[in-house]
Design a binder for this molecule. Structure first.
Ligand SMILES: Nc1ncnc2c1ncn2[C@@H]1O[C@H](COP(=O)(O)OP(=O)(O)OP(=O)(O)O)[C@@H](O)[C@H]1O
Length: 221
């Protein structure tokens, strides 16, 4: 489902060169729930951004669902990302001026989906994350756990096969974090979605199907 071959990422500023990823080879099978762990600064977010096609590697090959992404133009890349991938971030990334329904519908605005169908799908995914009763609320009127569930609904509305989650429970207390994790497991087990999640939480990592660990930009396990 995801194949990374000899990925390197070097950040260059005027004076400093940071090797964020060094010769990373990683394959994620369809239906896997992979967790990525490692100390701060070891390259976890960089890796997730590269898998998510939000950032390009300095060298190496990315294949998603059998398609190589190098050589794709920006527009093509954006369309491919929109179709294949759903994102969940630590800080939710909701738009505070839009209500819950409008936030969830956002990924479909870039596709040719009628307003009526967008609404129907948004209501469906909000029911799935248990937030049917909060559809007209603004993000500022929700708890952190509810915000993250809205973000999960937004991530799945386009029916992506892959969900990328960067410390999805990092800003939540343990109870809300557990709810979000349960939701991710449900999306993995019941819907068969492939999930790649960065986490600092050993307990959460233990519950995933596989953990890879990084240290200083290199995969160590
Ligand atoms: N835009 C950038 N420009 C320069 N260096 C960067 C940039 N982004 C990340 N880095 C560096 O690349 C390395 C890897 O960063 P990354 O954010 O991927 O780490 P991380 O493992 O996700 O850390 P954390 O757990 O703290 O979020 C770090 O040394 C960081 O300082």
């Amino acid at each position: 489902m995801i194949k990374l071959t000899e990925i390197n990422k070097i950040y260059r500023t005027n004076e400093i060169e940071t090797v964020a990823l060094e010769n990373v080879n990683l394959e994620v099978e369809k239906g896997e729930f992979l967790s990525i762990m490692g100390p701060s600064g070891c390259g976890k977010s960089t890796l997730l951004n590269i898998v998510g096609l939000l950032d390009a590697p300095t060298s190496g090959i990315i294949e998603i669902d059998g398609t190589r992404t190098d050589g794709m133009k920006d527009k093509e890349l954006a369309a491919f990302r929109n179709k294949k991938l759903g994102f969940v971030f630590q800080s939710f990334h909701l738009i505070n001026s839009l209500n819950v329904l409008d936030n969830v519908e956002l990924p479909l605005l870039y596709r040719k989906v009628s307003a009526k169908e967008r609404r129907r799908l948004a209501e469906e995914v909000l029911a799935k994350v248990g937030l049917s009763h909060r559809m007209r609320h603004m993000p500022t009127q929700l708890s952190g756990g509810q915000c993250q569930r809205v973000a999960v609904a937004r991530a799945i509305i386009g029916n992506p096969e892959i969900i990328l989650a960067d410390e999805p429970t990092g800003n939540l207390d343990s109870k809300m974090g557990a709810e979000v994790m349960e939701l991710l497991h449900q999306l993995n087990k019941e819907d068969g979605r492939t999930i790649v999640m960065v986490t600092h939480n050993e307990e959460q990592a233990k519950q995933t199907s596989r953990t890879v660990r990084f240290f200083d930009g290199r995969q160590v396990e």
